[in-house]
Ligand binder design. Sequence first.
Ligand code: PAZ
Length: 382
Amino acid sequence: MASSQSVQAEDAYFSSNPPPRLLASHLAQAESFITAHAAAGHRVVLITSGGTTVPLEKQTVRFIDNFSAGTRGATSAEYFLSAGYAVIFLHREFSLQPYSRHYTHAKDCFLDFLDEDEGGAGRGDDATRVVVRKQDQSRILDVLREYKKAKRSNMLLMLPFVTIGDYLHELRGIARLMRPLGPSGLLYLAAAVSDFFVPPERMSEHKIQSTNAVQALQDRAKESGGDGSKSSSGGDEDETFDNFDASRVPRSKRLVVDLDPVPKFLENLVDGWAPEGMIVSYKLETDPAILVHKARTSLDRYQHHLVIGNLLTTRKWEVVFVSPRREDKWLRVARQGGWGEAEGRPLRADELPPEEPAEEIEALIIPAVSELHDVHIASRKA
Ligand code: PAZ
């Protein structure tokens, strides 16, 4: 059972941080998706993907973000679909998505894949058509077929989030809906989740001002008994950056951001929201010396089933599986000529080849996770 302290923290967090506008609609979609796939005997995976934002204002102009393009989540979704899983893809809005990821955020603009076809004899019209470039056709056709198949068979449900608050509300709601799946439910948490946030009671309603021009406007309005809506003349102007000297900026002009820690909800997820499902979380670090230790600490603390550790610089080349009662297992993409003396220890950033890996590491991760999921299901049945 989750400790009463963490249940209290959960109640306090969710009652004071408003749910996203579309939560009810997202949960209704998730419920009918899960019900249909449970009836068909499919395994269902909830994948979280992308970074969560921390808004600094209620009407948000500025926010803090976490590193993640959504590559891990979107790529994993494709491999889970190939392995027969129905996928709920809870992703940061506008981050990478399964299938379209091959052609968005890419170095080439999608228009580079297209050509004009001037019409041909035998086609019966002279209209110019837009066609995919010859050299890209077979690759795009493969991706298109997989994408259409996933859509046609209703195997992929896409649900977006933006802020850390949206993410936590959505995660809790969907995880609870997955309970009837029992052990065949899989939670695969690859999103980069902020550890800090600004609580609503300390958040400014409007854009935080960098000068006191607005204060002067309001003061003048008060003095004249008006509403302050006229434009100001004179008074404080925005600072210019001529002769700017950071050390002389007065404290009153600095923005000091005071963040609270986000309560750790993995315990509630394991014990309360989806107690039978298999739970896999990711751990991102930048220092190789602490990665495995941090992954193991997270596993011991939350008692879930697997932590996949990865380092910022080497995450497309290798990951480490840390799970209870098993040795740590490193998975690494193959390289022509092998890894030489780097075999058997984490790679250093300076050992990476300049080009992207020839193989996607998710092609190794998903079968290995799915195998552990088989074991999880079998052990629950036993
Ligand atoms: O989305 P991406 O491929 O750019 O990055 C993926 C990742 C590094 C965010 C992910 O693999 C991960 O480690 N997520 C958990 C991050 C965390 O420790 O909160």
